[in-house]
Ligand binder design. Structure first.
Ligand code: SAH
Length: 364
């Protein structure tokens, strides 16, 4: 790897086309190259036989497909697989592959760490380091594709931005990655197969509605502001009412729904009254609810709600006409569940505080 070279994983179709045109090459070359890289998983320019020898030589001189280094590759008996990837600057991020009967989902990270400091999330404990580049975001899928093919495992059919980081705080790079996820010359995933999960960055949600149509998940976790302020400090800046209004606008009038994520924390947000308040709150929001049993991690200050409590909470929502499912916890043995993605990086103290102030508006 040579970091002086352009990383072709950073380019969506528009950027790749512009790059080729600037070199006096035809636009369709960009499409051929995208297919080699993203559909065939090829990084060796010599293998790209429909490109001219001269073009291949040029590419070799100035560009590369910069994959991520696999530091750990853990497999759970239920088929869940977790990768720890190392980036060129030695920061580390995690991605998780989750096979299910109907689909195979890759959960990807958008930042190294996270600045939002949600009290129940393990990534938060490490603070924030930096945004991932487009190439590092899409690189997780590119690597997964190659590694899964090597082991003869079903390819990824769905991608969720539910790994480390807040995707809407890394807007431009995430949007370019989404372009590639949906591009027919790259991953060709439909809008139903790509889900962006957010804690609710309202202005960015409004921008997202203008440039993208991917499925939306909102990490709500509480039916009223006082409690949500505690669990998701970003709520102090963008309270529930504003966030839900932005979500409603995003899904529009059609048949699409926003997925409401709700982590079940024993004795904190899981009472019958909470369920009823949530049902009331969601009455006018086209939504379905995913209850996520809390996944513990070292030094966590919460416990997971009991099974019967979760069932009761689900039934109350269900009886109010809200489609509700309890998310199965997968890959428990390899700490691959929601909120357990850790990675590993340095430089996490002052920066995190500065960012929290910027993001949350000085209220933390
Ligand atoms: N920043 C984005 C995406 C990352 S988190 C967001 O907030 O949506 C993906 C999901 O996992 C979120 O719903 C998050 O609230 C949830 N989560 C985080 N920590 C968790 C934990 N320990 N147990 C269960 N779910 C958790």
């Amino acid at each position: 790897m040579d970091s002086e070279k352009v990383n072709l994983l950073d380019f969506d179709r528009a950027a790749m086309t512009a790059w080729f045109e600037a070199r006096g090459e035809k636009a369709f070359r960009a499409q051929q190259l995208l297919k080699w890289i993203h559909q065939q998983g090829v990084d060796d320019f010599d293998a790209m036989t429909n490109l001219s020898k001269t073009l291949r030589e040029t590419l070799k001189a100035v560009a590369e497909v910069r994959g991520l280094k696999v530091v750990a590759d853990q497999k759970s008996p239920d088929g869940t697989r977790k990768w720890l990837f190392e980036l060129a600057d030695h920061n580390r991020i995690e991605s998780v592959y989750i096979p299910e009967p109907e689909r195979a989902t890759l959960c990807i990270s958008s930042q190294v760490g996270c600045a939002l400091n949600c009290s129940f999330c393990s990534t938060a404990q490490q603070g924030f380091n930096r945004n991932l580049t487009t190439g590092e975001i899409i690189g997780q899928l590119w690597m997964a594709g190659r590694l899964l093919a090597q082991s003869g495992v079903r390819p990824v059919s769905n991608v969720v931005f539910m790994g480390m980081g807040e995707p809407l705080l890394n807007f431009d790079n995430v949007i370019r990655a989404i372009e590639l996820l949906q591009d027919d010359f790259a991953y060709a995933l439909s809008k139903r197969r790509v889900t962006l999960s957010t804690a609710g960055v309202v202005p960015a949600l409004e921008r997202l509605a203008e440039v993208s149509d991917v499925s939306l998940a909102l990490s709500l976790h509480a039916p009223e502001d006082a409690l949500r302020d505690e669990l998701v400090p970003l709520n102090r800046k963008y309270p529930i009412r504003e966030v839900l209004r932005a979500c409603k606008r995003y899904v529009g009038e059609g048949r699409r729904r926003v997925t409401i994520e709700y982590v079940m924390l024993d004795g904190v947000n899981d009472s019958d009254a909470d369920a009823r308040a949530l049902a009331k709150l969601l009455r006018t929001v086209p939504s379905k609810v995913n209850l996520i049993p809390f996944n513990p991690f070292p030094r966590a200050r919460y416990r997971r709600s009991g099974v019967s409590r979760i069932d009761r909470f689900r039934d109350i929502l269900h009886n109010s006409g809200i489609v509700t499912i309890t998310r199965k916890t997968r890959g428990d043995d390899i700490d691959a569940a929601c909120g357990q993605l850790a990675g590993d990086f340095k430089d996490r103290t002052r920066r995190r505080e500065r960012l929290a102030v910027q993001v949350i508006g000085g209220t933390t």
